[in-house]
Design a protein around this ligand. Sequence first.
Ligand SMILES: [Zn+2]
Length: 222
Amino acid sequence: MDLLLIGPPGVGKGTQAARLRQALNIPHLSTGDLLRRHVAERTRLGVAAAAHMRRGELVPDELVTAMALDQIHGPSCAGGVVLDGFPRTLTQAEALDTALAGQGRRLAAVLHLTAPDQVLLRRLTGRRTCGGCGAIYHPVTRPPRAPGLCDSCGHGLVQRADDTAETARTRLAVHTRQTQPLLTRYRLTGVLHEIDGCGGVDDVTGNLLAILAPHAVGSSAA
Ligand SMILES: [Zn+2]
């Protein structure tokens, strides 16, 4: 089963992606992880991407598409994949459809995790990151045992520049602007599902799996 997970920063997309991977036994393909791996392993695509990143530019559509499709066509994703961060543009969405169709596959569902901006802002701006090991804490959802100190390594916790109110608002606005065309496209093709991301982590996972249950039956019967 091929799935796409879309959601704004702070909605808990990474957590849900990990849970879907486990529940459905299909890999989670995060574009961020994929890009970092290509750069670290100095693959042909990674070297080309790193040149853009060094200049502070976005990595071009076609490089990201090549990395993602290469992975999707590989043996690890033959039984399906949870996509996260790809496609991000309509051009990438078209390339994905074509690539999947070439293998007799199609996106079974696009899962859009949503939450009101005020909830997301509260989650994003409350975040504190360990200066030593990078662990992430939150006063409500994951408080450290000792205030201001990391549970695992004892380093002080800091607020990353990414997590200030102004940056968080900008990130949410950018996300909304970027995903609108994709959501419209997938709404028209009938694969889009909107899921409330405000509830408890288990409840959200339960709702996601309930949406996917009919698709799992359909694919095994086909
Ligand atoms: Zn730490």
